[in-house]
Design a protein around this ligand. Structure first.
Ligand SMILES: [Zn+2]
Length: 408
């Protein structure tokens, strides 16, 4: 049996992070210092473009999206329960099956330079496991282009929505999900007034099936912080360090000074990560300070053109722009940190190697016209070329679908 022939691609005249022009050489999906002898080399001219790591969407809901569908007229909503009702109404009204809608959105994200995503799929009696199956189907079609982690997310509550616990157990055993989700265990999911222990249930499922946890937490102030302390304690007790994420964590966004540092210390010690979606000034997490104190923080799109919101476009570079806008980032290091949370924060969250364009790192990058990273975050240039594992997977914002990719 002959060994698999090695493939090499030389990307000529590119400027990693806006530095001096040079070559990036990818061999078998990894960047190397120099071309090995005796390999066939494909050559791609970068035309002096910036090379930047491709990005990670740490929190997205592809099952909820109406991206590419007829415009949806949203009704007023006063809280999570109203939004949940809107989700069901929208899902029933859309002509396209969930798997196709998810694929459309995820393909769009990949073509704009998303190399990996953690996708939440609603699990509720209203849908069964259709969301999980649809996103899993889309992820399979995008294998080798975008890595997908899937969260079984009880958006309607576990205590509030009888039948959800059984569906979560089915999802956890399905082999399709990497994480079990959760939502406001003492806020939204306690509003039904029924006895129940959402956190106990989802931690038990994660332990039983060797899965991670990713829990939505919208509650602010002390009620939210109490849940974070509870999640941290359960994470340590269950030995799930590094496998638990709290999404949004608006309670942490409201902290400053010693209180923020104390919470950061607790999260870092317990191995609990956070994700933020940069909705606005009062909800975006202070990710630089958290990261400095050892907390893993990823950035995500959240819902994209769903019943909750007409906004969002699954473009993680635009999401970095939004984070900068929300935090009033002016200084170059602040704008670079916005890019960094989208590139490295999400990669750390998903346990992926950093795509830092150094030899030995994955050949995952995008080429854009521009000057330097802060300027790119502000100007949002077109993604001229997206490279995954050394292979060109998208050009000019569209996936390259077939065949060996032609060199320029
Ligand atoms: Zn979410």
């Amino acid at each position: 049996m002959s060994p698999t022939p090695r493939t090499a691609t030389l990307f000529h005249d590119v400027r990693p992070f806006g530095g001096p022009a040079g070559d990036l050489i990818a061999v078998d999906g990894v960047l190397v210092d120099e071309l090995p002898e005796g390999v066939a080399v494909e050559r791609v001219d970068g035309g002096g473009r910036l090379a930047l790591p491709t990005l990670v969407d740490a929190h997205i809901h592809p099952d909820k999206t109406s991206w590419g569908e007829p415009w949806y007229r949203r009704r007023a909503a006063a809280g999570i329960a109203d939004h949940v009702a809107g989700d069901v109404e929208l899902a029933r009204s859309l002509p396209t099956p969930v798997g196709e809608r998810a694929l459309r959105l995820m393909s769009h994200a990949a073509a704009l330079g998303t190399r990996a995503m953690r996708a939440h799929a609603d699990v509720a009696p209203a849908y069964g496991l259709a969301g999980i199956e649809g996103i899993a189907e889309a992820a399979a079609k995008l294998a080798g282009i975008v890595d997908v982690e899937l969260v079984a997310f009880p958006q309607h509550g576990v205590v509030r929505a009888p039948g959800t616990a059984e569906l979560l157990a089915e999802a956890a055993a399905s082999g399709l999900v990497s994480h079990v989700g959760g939502i406001d265990p003492t806020g939204f999911d306690a509003d039904g007034g029924r006895e129940g222990d959402q956190l106990g249930l989802v931690f038990a499922l994660a332990e039983k099936h060797g899965l991670g946890l990713d829990i939505h937490l919208h509650d602010r102030g002390e009620p939210g912080l109490a849940v974070i302390r509870d999640i941290a304690a359960r994470t340590r007790a269950a030995g799930l360090r590094g496998k638990v994420t709290v999404a949004h964590a608006f309670a942490v966004a409201g902290l400053a000074g010693r209180e923020l540092d104390g919470t950061a210390e607790l999260l870092a010690e317990s191995g609990v990560a956070l994700t933020t979606v940069a909705l606005g000034e009062t909800t975006v997490l202070p990710f630089r300070r958290l990261a400095e104190r050892g907390v893993t923080v990823g950035l995500g799109s959240d819902g994209v053109r769903d019943s909750w919101s007409p906004y969002g476009d699954a473009d993680m570079l635009h999401r970095a722009w939004l984070a900068g806008w929300a935090l009033d980032a002016r200084l170059d290091e602040e704008l670079e940190a916005c890019f960094g949370v989208a590139a490295d924060g999400g990669a750390a969250l998903m346990g992926l190697p950093a795509a830092d364009l150094r030899p030995g790192s994955p050949a995952d990058f995008m080429l854009v016209e521009g000057e330097c990273v802060p300027q790119v975050v502000v100007d949002l240039p077109r993604r001229d070329l997206v490279v995954r594992a050394g292979r060109v997977v998208a050009r000019d914002g569209r996936l390259v679908r077939s065949g060996p990719l032609e060199a320029r």
